[in-house]
Write a protein that binds this ligand. Structure first.
Ligand SMILES: [Zn+2]
Length: 477
């Protein structure tokens, strides 16, 4: 049975969704005012791994993610850029989607933009006001945390721990309008700084606060109680804490059964910080020639609740791991003849699957899951010389089965095949290969070997086979 650490109860629990076989899953998406950095990407990769594994375990997952396209930062930066809020945020929204594609992260079933759901937020805020959980002050509306017992339970906070404005999203001027310093804004009345960004609604002219969007949109698409809510640990307080308060105050029902949070990311052993200028984006790293899927493996390989470290050396190590998988797949493709061998393959696959599932069932222990798969590749390599075509196909099929969870092997393999195809259709290379065959048939082996060496310099390895030749590339990644 799949077990997961539930932040709400601070322990690893059996994962039993509210409705048998179905998982209502919400994760917090980006604020689209800039490119996301690799610390954010770690969270999206974790969410995707979790989703992929739940699907692998047979759950029917519905995943909803928000896009925050209105807040202080998007308004401020769109004004500085001289663009409309919509034009400005859509640019970074598209850039975010490009990053997800490059990392082979599966898109959510529903992607919800905050600005498309103002009506739902207004309805929710009105309910909170009617029930006495929210109040209006100078045109803005605030959540009254003293009215909600258990506020801060998720973050394990006592009232005295609650820090003012810990996420920096509130204007200092708001503080004077609130009954209590910890109350947070649900609806922000328009002021001149907002420029053209406002909505005229029954609760006034203004715009929503950040936290209310996730409550309104998650409940719209998934219902009042969700199974699973995930995100980076930096969202635990105040964002997720406030989501719980808003949602449960409005519905009187538990909002989320399981909360899952991934730990922080370090870069080259150091905390990410403005002064170190190490908030790398995917674009920064790919511009240095790094393959996004190797970056993905580097960001995924540590247990999600452990602080991870991103390093150039780690990306190099990821490359060596990927090479092992790809070299095996390429060798398996080269198994052409019918041989009797491979009786052990089924056993090896069954034993590996069992170990992989045991690792991942244990709170998504991907570090162990990866180790299990690398061990499998090593074992399978020993068998490739004596495999039947059928056994080779079984091994490949199993790798694809597991890669439905890991999500980095298939696109790299496809990219390799594309490169081989390009090489094979290159006129100069084709001529060299044909010349080499002719030279060999003329028993001019010295000249044939010289051609082989020239091809090797181009990164092309030629193997002679029973029915001609096969080529592979020296650099598989
Ligand atoms: Zn959220």
């Amino acid at each position: 049975m799949f077990k997961i650490y539930n932040t709400l109860n601070r322990k690893i629990e059996d994962f039993v969704p509210l409705e048998d076989g179905k998982v209502k899953f919400y994760s917090c998406g980006p604020t689209v005012y800039n490119y996301v950095h690799i610390g954010n990407l770690r969270a999206y990769i974790f969410v995707d791994l979790l989703k992929r594994y739940l699907k692998y375990r047979g759950f029917n997952v519905t995943h909803v993610m928000n896009i925050t396209d209105v807040d202080d930062k998007t308004i401020r930066d769109s004004q500085q850029a001289g663009q409309s809020l919509q034009e400005f945020t859509e640019f970074y929204h598209q850039a975010f989607l490009e990053d997800l594609r490059a990392l082979n992260i599966t898109p959510p079933d529903v992607e919800a933009k905050a600005t498309d759901h103002i009506v739902e937020m207004v309805v929710l805020i009105r309910v909170l006001m009617e029930k006495g959980f929210a109040y209006e002050s100078n045109g803005s509306i605030y959540f009254r945390i003293s009215s909600f017992p258990g506020y801060g339970k998720l973050a394990n906070l006592e009232a005295q721990d609650l820090k003012q404005n810990s996420d920096g999203r509130l204007d200092v001027k708001d503080e004077y309008d609130k009954e209590h310093i910890h109350d947070f804004v649900l609806w922000k009345s328009w002021d001149e700084g907002d420029g053209k960004v406002f909505w005229e609604t029954e609760i006034g002219k203004g715009r929503p606060g950040w936290h209310i969007e996730c409550s309104a949109m998650s409940m719209k698409y998934l219902g009042e109680s969700l199974d699973l809510h995930a995100g980076g640990v930096d969202l635990l307080f105040p964002h997720h804490t406030n989501e719980i308060a808003q949602s449960e105050a409005a519905t009187g029902k538990p909002f989320v059964k399981y909360w899952a949070h991934n730990a922080h990311l370090m870069v080259e052993g150091k905390k990410m910080s403005k002064s170190l200028n190490n908030f790398f984006t995917l674009r920064d790293l790919t511009a240095q020639g790094m393959n996004p899927l190797l970056i993905k493996l580097e960001l995924m390989k540590a247990h999600y609740r452990q602080e991870a470290n991103f390093s150039v050396a780690g990306v190099e190590e990821a490359k060596r791991t990927v090479e092992k998988f790809l070299n095996l797949l390429i060798d398996l493709d080269a198994v052409a003849t019918e041989k009797a061998g491979g009786e052990n393959v089924e056993q090896l696959i069954a034993a590996t699957r069992e170990k992989f599932v045991a690792a991942m069932d244990d709170d998504l222990n991907v570090a162990l899951g990866l180790a299990v798969m690398i061990e499998f590749v090593n074992e399978a390599n020993k068998l490739t010389k004596s495999l039947s075509r059928e056994a080779a196909e079984q091994i490949k099929k199993f790798i694809w089965e597991i890669d439905a969870v890991l999500g980095f092997i298939q696109p790299l393999y496809a990219a390799y095949q594309e490169k081989v195809k390009a090489v094979a259709s290159d006129a100069e290379v084709t001529k060299m290969l044909q010349d080499r065959v002719r030279l060999r048939s003329e028993k001019n082996f010295a000249a044939a070997d010289a051609l082989r060496d020239q091809l090797l310099i181009k990164g092309i390895v030629v193997n002679d086979t029973a029915d001609g030749w096969s080529v592979r590339l020296r650099n598989v990644v």
